[in-house]
Structures are given as C-alpha cells and as structure tokens.
Design a protein around this ligand. Sequence first.
Ligand SMILES: [Zn+2]
Length: 484
Amino acid sequence: MAGTLGNKNFVIFKAESIDRSYPDEESINTEPTQHIRFKDDGRKPVDPKDLHHGGLYRAVAKLFMGFEHSCEEDVEYTWGMGTGQLTASNSLETSAHCVLYTCPICQELTPAKYIKIYLGYDGMASIGDEDRPDGVEFRCADSFTVLKSHYVKMKSKQKPKLTFDVASIRVANAFIHVDPLRFEATPLSSKKEELGVVGYPGDMAYRSEPGAQMFAHFKKDQSFDLSVSKENMLTYTTSTFGGQSGSPVFRRSRPGVSIGIHQGTPDGATINHACPIAGRYGVYVRSYKSALSLATRHPLKYKQPKTLEVELVRAYSQKSSFDRIPAKPELFASEILSYIQLAMKPIEKLQEELSTCTLIGPSEIQLKDKIAGAKAYLELAKLVAQQRDFPDLVVQPEAQPGADNEESEDSKRTHDTLRVDGTSQISRPRTPTHGGFKRLPRRTKATSAKEPRPRRGSTRGSQSVRRMEYKTRKDVLQESEDEY
Ligand SMILES: [Zn+2]
C-alpha cells in the first residue's frame, strides 16, 4: 500500500470531545494484552524533567480511548490505555488496535468515540495548568484514520496484517509546548543496536493508578532483520505491557527520532514487535496524515458530501466544548467563522448533500440530528460572536463591516457568564481584568469578512475557509512535508 494517498484507502472516524479528567476507573480495561515482559525487565520511570516543556519525551503521549461498548452489566463504556507519538503539533500516531476495540466477549469491533491525549502526563494529579513549565497539555482527538483494508479485516474477524497496525490521530487545536518527534526509516537490519521503547505500561502503578507513569527500557545489542522477521516487523527484547501499544521505538544514538510504532507480540511470538517505518517493508505514516488532512483541513474547499458531513459532525460534536472559554480567542474566532460559513448554507441544500453520505464513525448521529446540530451551532455561534464582541462574525451578509468603531485594541472583557444553552441572560461586564480576553484586532476581522486578501490565492473558493488556517496549521503542514 505504501505511499498511496487519498481517502479510498483509508477509513476516517470522527471522535468527540470530552473533559480532561481521568476516566471512570470501573470502565478501564485492564485485560492483559499481547506484550512480553522478559526476565531482565529493565523498564525504569523516566526522569520527570523529560516530560516537561522542552523535555526529551514530551512528545510521547498518554492516551485513553473511550469505546461506547461493554458487555459488562452497568458499564456503558470501555476505556483502553495506550501511548502515542506526536509527529506534528496537531497529529500523532499510535496502534490501530488502540483506537479499535474488539470486545473479548461478543467480538464486536468498536471504534473509539473519545480519545484523550495528554502530553507530559505523570499520573492523574499532574493534570493542571498546561502553561506551567511542567504543565500537562490535554487535547481530544478530532478525527483518526486507519487503513481501510485493516479495518475491514478486523471487522470481519480476519487477521489483519500486523505491519499496518497503525492509526493517525488529529487534534483540532495544535499542542503548543512540544517539539514533535520525527520518524526515520527503520534500518533493514542491524546487529548491535541499542533500542528502547518509551511509553505508559499498564502493569506499573503509581499511587495506585495503573499506567500512570512513563517508562523507558533501552537494551543493548539488539539484532533484527526485517527481511526475515514475522511480517517484516521490527523486533526487540525490551519488555513492554498493555498501555505501551503505539509507543515510539528509539535508538539510543538518535534521541527524538522514532523508527517504529510498538505493536506487541503476535500470536505465539517470543519477542516484541513494532511496525517498521517507510523503506521496503514499513508504513508510510504520511499517507495516513494526508488522508486525514484531506478530510478535515479544507472542509469547504472540497465539497464532496463526505467532507461536508465530516465538518457537520465536527460542528455538532464540538457544541459541548463551548462551555469552557478557550485559551486562544483568535483560534476560537476562526473556528466560529468556519462553522457559520457552513451553517449559512440553506438547510435544503444540506439535506440534499447529506442524503448522499454514509456516516462513518462511532456516533449514531442521524441526518436530522446533523441538520439540527448545524442549526443549533449557528445559534450558538451567533451568541458567542455577540458575547465576544465580534459583531461582523454574526451572520448578516448585508451588514456593513467597519460600522462598529467603538473598540480599542487593549480593551478586555471578562466572560464568566458565557453559557452555551442560549437561555441565560448575556451579561457583558466591561471590567478590564488581568485574566480577560483581548479582542481580535480590527483589521483581522475586516479581512475575514469582506476585504480581498493580499498575497493569498484569490483562486480559492472561499475566503472564510482560508481564514481557518491559522499559523499552527501552516507550521504543521511544513513539518509534515518531509516526513515518512
Ligand atoms: Zn461485547
């Protein structure tokens, strides 16, 4: 499959947002998975400094996946643990089996509904202010993708090829305090490599929390040969356990450069395995990322029904996230703008387009719900736009931009009273406070509404779409250009 682009080879799932708290302990799946702990288990907790901003392992993510499936009584969700490797500030890779759960009782395959992603995680007590130098950053997955053939095989209970046990995950708002890892092609063979797996093993508990801490185990003199190993996988004898699936495999000599996505032990194997990267046998992660980007980055430029649908589901699922005021008003405004753009489409047109879609994803969001979601989002966006004093973000195509000149750049507001249900009274205290939000500069707003954009492609279909691409995304795009 190597290197094939486009959605026809990939299945894309939408994920929903959820709060950053530790999942309900009862529902965490602690079934041992297929990994090996060797006699000389040398796993050691990493130096906490390596988790902090700028730390060596900052880009190794702690993951919780929430699946809307359980065959146990009174348990609605099953939560799995995993490890991810951040390879761009808004995307990461892990194992496909981390985001697709096969119930051991009924064998049903369920894609994750929620994916919680933490950088710098050091036990649940570490979750707090993300801007502190040791702060844990948290995001929810916005969407994720696996190879379609892999998914189909898992779904039909065939054995999928282990080499492609890979998933790429995207977050809507990029992580800030992190230097992403890089992938490098896995060497075809080696005799004396010092290899290490770094992740969150579920058999290690810290303050009675399983999988709370990041462990690393580097082992010398590892020899492997992709041409003869099972399914051409990268093999090693470092110990791992469930929760470490998706972990990066590092060479001691090349810190920050991953050459594998830790998988575990296929049936009967007596050695640990990782999906190799690029080259003759490996996975081209970039094609996964591209598939996700096509589906999510230019939602209004590409007007295929499926893309529109993805955007609608996103709008719908993110409604809940607005009861928290985001840290970056600029990004927030961009998002709102794009949703308004979407919601401005006549409902009949949406209906027409949506009727040709098939919904892929864990949520059973029906067509009418999606339309209701779009409508509700429009209302919400209006409310938020007013609340935030972005009058020209309000959907009034005939409104005169520039009519409102009363603001000054340094005026700040508090927004403690913002509610999303639209029922409460909007109060707009003008108290300048330290923690208040600065409005967008006037020029940016005007540009987004009507003015032609200098130096940007006027061939683009929609200026508002362009507006969505804030800096971080551009950076990410660049980062992923020369990546496997
Ligand atoms: Zn089941």
